[in-house]
Design a protein around this ligand. Sequence first.
Ligand code: FCB
Length: 477
Amino acid sequence: MATTAKPLRIDIPVANDERKFPQGFFWGVATSSYQVEGAWNEDVKGLSIWDTYTHKPGNIKNNDNGDVANDHYHRYKEDVALMKNDLGANAYRFSIAWPRIFPNGTGEPNAKGLDFYNRLVDELKAAGIEPFATLYHWDLPQTLQDKGGWQNRDIAKAFADYSGYMAEKLGDRVKYFFTINEFRSFVEGGYQGLNVQVGGGKIVHLGGAPGLQLSNGELNQVRHNAVLGHGLAVQAIRSRGSADAKVGFAENMLIAVPVIETPEYVKAAEKATRELNADFITVLLEGRYTDAYLKKTGKDAPKFTDDDLKIIASPLDFVGINVYKPNIYVEPSNDAQGYRSVPINASHPKMQASWHVFDPECIYWAPHHVRSLWGAKSIFITENGCSASDVVSPDGRVYDSDRVMFLRAYLTQLQRATADGVPVKGYFLWSAQDNFEWSDGYSNRFGIVYIDFKTQKRIPKLSASFFRETVRRNAVA
Ligand code: FCB
């Protein structure tokens, strides 16, 4: 029998080209004002609740604070250059410190505070990086906290005035605005304490400024005032910003993952996601509190009017979701609820942060649910990333192999969503740099650029190369 000679080497196509993202995809990195800026009392800035909270011993690991942080307030030029050259990012999501603009929360604006964001935005535009501004990433002016903070309904109006002012001042260059970052985190973390299930029945308790412990009824009212503040801010941005301003929120939606990918399980996961988020995303996008939410909260339900609901659901241009972890695993059930939550196993894999349950599927399902439940036409992943035990090696480099693993796994699932037609328009990696990680202080490094907090030296990590290559190919690298 004649044999045909077989080549010894088999050419396996490189998979990367097959994992492409849509054209025009935004590849961004994200930070927030309190976590990176420092300059806590410069240029007439007012105190924020995070200044007050971190200056009280015992609130933060190692009693760290954001007084200096990454000194980004003074080093923003170097940081923008890093984003452009070392990360290859084409978008940057930053937040504005409200007390820099209105040191007392309302009243006279502070020209020096505004000037910083003008300079930052100009620097970004010159580098070809699209600015995405978040108006509230938790650093409330202390003077407003002294008037009750988000417990006081008037704060919603003050937030709208400040948001409208920023849209007016930056609107010629900033086209994308996020009102509020993570309603759930700052409301629950700051006003009662946030409990996160991490597997095996274990619960991680997270706190934050202003460090209050309200009753459930009071907390539900804070939730309501926050979504109302968002709605009023959307209207203020529309009326005072430029005509082509685009606005949405950035919420850490609670994500239900179907245990098995059949239509029944997926339906059950959608039902669960809608109910789990009844207090934030659901009311923001539907303009109503679900019956189950009102029943569950009973006498503790928030007080609201029909007019409030209309404001809260002011039409948006996109939905922003921060995606880190699955919240529950779900299977269908025959009861009225229609789903059953499956416990997360004690041995379930985790990333370094205490709360960080690992499952790349959640970044497939989160935007998928947003589209199928609420018909969103434009979705941004406003945060995704992980912390790792990064150290500088003797050769001067930082080898965060676990972060590269994490990013590749999550981006593969995100690419799967876009390939299915889920309208995800961009992805922001948390974070552009290591920074002040709230109650964990500087002990939890989320950056793809390492910061030596003693010298302020910046060192791009292995994951920075991975990210840069992903952006270059517009495909999972
Ligand atoms: C999110 C916050 C962000 C950062 C990451 C790790 O909840 O929005 O500021 O702390 O977690």
